[in-house]
Design a binder for this molecule. Structure first.
Ligand code: GAR
Length: 210
């Protein structure tokens, strides 16, 4: 079966959604390990509760991003994953790490890419008076939050939304679309070619599948 390594920095609610989908047999994959750059990430508890191996690799123990990523690369590699899943892993990756897992690394980003790459996406959507916001799952390339989109979900921005209430609405969609995309990848229906994503042999448009 497909082997996953999941990288987190925080709560791990997306990790939980993937754990649950694996447990239900919707995703036919095994989570080989969960790796966090933060020792206090709640997602580590979620992994332990599911009997999944965990590793903590603190960026504070390294002098450079290159040194950190070299070690991270080794740790990931030792678990021999078919797919690396970034689930709220709040670090910028070096080009060599991205190259190493090219076509085998997915990320979830809380905006309708290419809108709002980077941080504070919910507040930025509110400030811009957008009436639609959302979330994207994409392959990771060297361009930050710029790799080919696989799937997006939209949510309405409501009149009294704060970044928190909007984030909650987005999160509900994240927990639906991320397991679905991981399922597609594990069934070998999804791949990256050049700079676009391919689903069931069809090239996906820039905004992903429907
Ligand atoms: C999610 O909302 C995810 O989209 C976002 O972090 C959150 C992690 O939540 N990712 C990014 O902002 C990546 N730049 P979780 O730990 O509960 O899954």
């Amino acid at each position: 079966p497909c082997r996953l390594v999941v990288l987190i920095s925080g709560s791990g609610s997306n990790l939980q959604a993937i754990i649950d989908a694996c447990a239900r047999g919707e995703i036919k994959a095994e989570i080989a390990a969960v790796i966090s750059n933060k020792a206090d990430a709640y997602g580590l508890e979620r992994a332990k509760n599911a009997g999944i191996q965990t590793r903590v690799l603190s960026h504070k123990d390294f002098d450079s991003r290159e040194a950190y990523d070299a070690e991270l690369m080794d740790i990931i590699d030792n678990f021999e994953p078919n797919l690396v899943v970034l689930a709220g892993f709040m670090r910028i990756l070096t080009p060599s790490l991205v190259q190493k897992f090219k076509g085998k690394m997915l990320n979830i980003h809380p905006s309708l890419l290419p809108k709002y790459q980077g941080l504070n996406t919910h507040q930025r959507a509110i400030d811009a008076k957008d009436d639609v916001h959302g979330v994207s799952v994409h392959f990771v390339t060297e361009e930050l939050d710029g790799g080919p989109v696989v799937l997006q979900a939209k949510v309405p921005v409501l009149e009294n939304d704060t970044a928190e209430t909007l984030a909650q609405r987005v999160h509900q969609q994240e927990h639906i679309i991320y397991p679905l995309v991981v399922k597609w990848f594990s069934e070998q229906r999804l791949k990256m070619e050049a700079d676009y994503a391919v689903f069931d042999e069809k090239k996906l448009p820039a905004h992903g599948a429907h």
